[in-house]
Design a protein around this ligand. Structure first.
Ligand SMILES: [Fe+2]
Length: 378
């Protein structure tokens, strides 16, 4: 078990109610579809939400909408913890990994779950690490990490830089929702929405509350999720729609799950999950709404496991970074999610840099009882 690293640098997260120059003008745009010609667009949630009036206002934050490719597939590639520093030779490995993963997997959408940049100038670092996506016309969204605001740019400023990069689909931050990168992405067929991806900004540090430690997902973010969840469920004749949640810092339920002596786990577990010391109830809300069945995080570089605990799948991405930060589990890589039109659940696997084979090739469905039982017998 690796000993957890200390905080390297502390930056106060000042909250979301900060005016950002050009915020409204810098509308997100989708550069084009990925290699498989999935289509995307932006719209607002409409319809008669069952959400109460107190939270209905959150539904006016736009939803990014994708369609399955003509072959009925849709592939999401997750990068996490690239820790990129512009012009730093130690960062070369991260850039090579991004290029190789894109060229092999040809995703329809990339989700980066944070710790994207790791030094000044942060804006140049963000542009360089996402340039391979720009070059290939791959749309992407980010869920910011704790290190994004460690450098000379404020969290809101680096978020706006990322939003200005061609292909980014994050929607503008809202002063009434904590953090920057809170987004809803839907994947639809002609039969309606089949999958929903929620991105949360899990913040940085607790200095804004006068404490040390990692931040947590706040209650207005949970209300924002509940509003969209209720609206999407209502539009689906009251049936919850299969949903996955992506964010950087794991929730405390990851710790409970790995301590379960009967844990059902596939993949690498080489460090204790390192969440905030506070649990704001996000997972309980997911279970209550009955739609989010999978939580995907980054942050802990030496884990890439899939774990089922209760009615929730807990997944780590594969460290996609370089040697600017700790990493002890071998080659960088990415986690892939593949969805098939009309089929429940999803396929997920890990691809590592420089390797021809994939690992953890799993098909996860909401009702499955055990992950390990689905693996081929050796
Ligand atoms: Fe990291």
């Amino acid at each position: 078990m690796m000993e957890r690293r200390d905080f390297l640098k502390v930056a106060a997260l000042t909250g979301a109610a900060i005016a950002v120059p050009g915020l409204e003008a810098a509308a997100s745009s989708v550069a084009g579809s990925g290699a498989g010609s999935a289509s995307a667009g932006t719209g607002s949630v409409s319809g008669s939400a069952s959400a109460g009036a107190g939270v209905a206002r959150y539904a006016d934050k736009p939803v990014q909408k994708f369609q399955f490719r003509p072959d009925g597939k849709f592939k999401v590639l997750q990068f996490t913890d690239t820790h990129y520093i512009a012009g730093n030779p130690k960062s070369e490995r991260a850039l090579k990994n991004v290029i190789q993963m894109l060229d092999i997997e040809k995703p329809d959408l990339v989700i980066h779950t944070g710790d994207i940049v790791y030094g000044n100038p942060a804006d140049a670092a963000a542009r360089e690490i996402f340039q391979p996506l720009v070059d290939r016309g791959v749309p992407f969204a980010v869920a910011l990490g704790n290190h994004e605001s460690d450098f000379a740019m404020k969290r809101e400023e680096i978020f706006e830089v990322i939003r200005s990069i061609k292909g980014n689909i994050n929607t503008p931050m809202r002063p009434d929702i904590y953090g920057c990168s809170n987004d809803v992405i839907t994947l639809s067929s002609e039969n309606g929405v089949e999958q929903v991806f929620y991105l949360f900004d899990s913040g940085a540090y607790l200095e804004c509350l006068g404490e040390k430690g990692y931040d947590y997902i706040r209650h207005n973010q949970i209300e924002w999720y509940r509003c969209h969840s209720e609206t999407i469920t209502a539009a689906n004749s009251g049936k919850p729609v299969s949903s996955l949640a992506f964010f950087h810092i794991p929730v405390r339920e990851f710790c409970d799950a790995v301590r379960d002596t009967h844990r059902d786990m596939v993949g690498v577990f080489c460090e204790e999950p390192c969440p905030s010391r506070y649990n704001s109830g996000l997972v309980a809300n997911f279970l209550e709404k009955g739609d989010v069945h999978s939580i995907i995080c980054g942050h802990d570089h030496d884990n890439d496991f899939v774990l089922k605990h209760g009615n929730m799948f807990y997944l780590y991405g594969r460290f996609s970074g370089c040697d600017n930060e700790y990493n002890n589990i071998g080659p960088s890589g990415a986690r892939i999610f593949e969805f098939t039109k009309g089929q429940p659940g999803y396929r997920t696997y890990i691809r590592k840099y420089g390797q021809d084979t994939i690992e953890q090739d799993l098909h996860l469905t909401r009702g499955m009882s055990h992950i390990l039982a689905t693996l081929p017998k050796m």
